[in-house]
Design a protein around this ligand. Structure first.
Ligand SMILES: [Zn+2]
Length: 72
């Protein structure tokens, strides 16, 4: 279970769908690292964010940091 739903959009953006930190709508971040920061703010607000979601984003951010943007 999770209080957040994050998915990857075109152009390396990440979307926090129906973001609970907003009045209405989604939060978009330019990359994984920014989405990790965003999800940590959800946690501070008491929302349930699965650790493996954070781990996955961190792993992808580290991968991109090493290899450059090679996806697609
Ligand atoms: Zn959010």
């Amino acid at each position: 279970m999770s209080d957040v739903y994050v998915f990857e959009a075109d152009g390396d953006q990440f979307i926090c769908c129906k973001c609970a930190l907003r009045e209405n709508g989604d939060t978009v971040t330019p990359d994984q690292a920014a989405m990790v920061e965003h999800l940590l703010r959800h946690r501070e607000a008491g929302h349930l964010v699965p650790e493996d979601a954070l781990d996955e984003l961190r792993a992808e951010a580290a991968e991109l940091g090493r290899a450059g943007r090679t996806k697609d």
